[in-house]
Design a protein around this ligand. Structure first.
Ligand code: SF4
Length: 341
């Protein structure tokens, strides 16, 4: 059973200036315990995708359509808002980029995590000795589990931090609190949207280690949204590369890093290539993402692609499935590979 299965997701925003097609029919599948990264430049539709999967987009203004949305075999697509509130936090949870905005500023972090256990943590009874069920003090139990959760994400003096307000913690510690909240009820799926972008490099690495460690220990599926390929190298099992609302390449992480097929993926790799990288064949991508209201005809990437041909300027390539579930959207990927040999 898959932790997440999304089929043909489309998200459109009607605006005064025109229609914004933010996501144009994408499919995502994540196995239990697997980490799938959605990678692309800011504005490519990856965050909108994650919000659509969580059913957190306001409709209107957004128009969201998909053929299938299942989490762990459960049909999420047809759930009401009220039912969805039960699913969020228990079956799926999210780690946002900006912990300061995501956390309630007037509530201690401990109480905020308590709320999750109280809402979804089945604290009414605990199994007593000899199979007897006994009443427990649910608030005390929530606090005990919260302190445990804070320790799990490496927060020292957890009892003390329990009473801290978000502004009294460092950025890295706040992000750890968000991770503790996300894992609190052992959900099947966690969606982390640029979870470390706001942090400095050293803290970034520590926070990613915690995320990866908990994901493996709890066998949770993780959908990691990022613009930075370098952070997914050691975390993701599979990578979806997104451009202008479409998936342009999908591959397992090793294959994608060893042998990227799409010129956009090559460009993303070029932006993280080290000075001592002997491959030297990945060049950075010129100019920037086109406006979502004025996407070019044909392949959306053609104005930035060194390999563009007349066909690329006229016809959108389809997403071709290769072996091992690998997918590529490019008319010329074979010629590009042959030329690079
Ligand atoms: Fe470049 Fe053409 Fe491939 Fe698009 S289809 S990525 S323009 S070569």
């Amino acid at each position: 059973m898959k932790a997440l299965e999304v089929k043909n997701l489309k998200v459109v925003f009607p605006t005064e200036e025109g229609i914004v097609r933010a996501v144009e029919g994408i499919d995502i599948e994540i196995e239990q315990g697997q980490c799938a990264a959605i990678v692309g430049e800011s504005g490519c539709g990856k965050s909108v995708t994650s919000l659509a999967v969580m059913k957190l987009l306001s409709t209107p203004p957004a128009i969201v359509r998909m053929d299938k949305l299942e989490m762990n075999g459960m049909d999420i697509l047809h759930l009401t808002d009220k039912q969805m509130q039960q699913v969020r936090g228990k079956d799926v949870s999210m780690v946002f980029q900006d912990a300061l905005t995501a956390l309630n500023p007037v509530m201690t972090v401990g109480k905020q995590i308590d709320e999750i256990f109280l809402a979804h943590g089945k604290l009414n009874f605990l199994d007593g000795q000899e199979g007897q069920k006994k009443h427990i003090n649910v608030r005390k139990e929530a606090k005990r589990r919260t302190i445990e959760a804070l320790k799990l994400v490496g927060i020292s003096d957890a009892e003390l931090r329990y009473k801290a307000y978000p502004h009294q913690l460092s950025g890295g510690m706040r992000q750890r609190v968000l991770i503790a909240m996300a894992f609190a009820c052992n959900p099947h799926l966690i969606i982390a949207d640029e979870p470390t972008t706001a942090l400095d490099v050293t803290i970034q690495a520590q926070v990613l280690d915690i995320l990866k460690d908990l994901q493996k220990k709890q066998n949770t599926a993780l959908m990691l949204i990022t613009h930075d390929l370098s952070i997914v190298m050691n975390m993701a099992d599979v990578i979806y590369v997104m451009y202008c609302g479409k998936i342009v390449e999908k591959a397992n992480t090793r294959e994608l890093f060893m042998k990227p097929l799409h010129p956009y993926t090559m460009g993303l790799l070029g932006s993280i290539a080290r000075l001592d990288d002997k491959r030297g064949k990945f060049v950075q991508i010129p100019s920037s993402l086109p406006s979502p209201m004025r996407k070019p005809a044909g392949c959306y990437f053609h104005p930035r692609c060194t390999y563009a041909t007349d066909r690329c300027r006229q016809e959108m390539p389809h997403l071709e499935e290769l072996e091992n579930g690998r997918c590529i959207r490019c008319w010329n990927y074979q010629e590009i590979q042959n030329a690079g040999k």
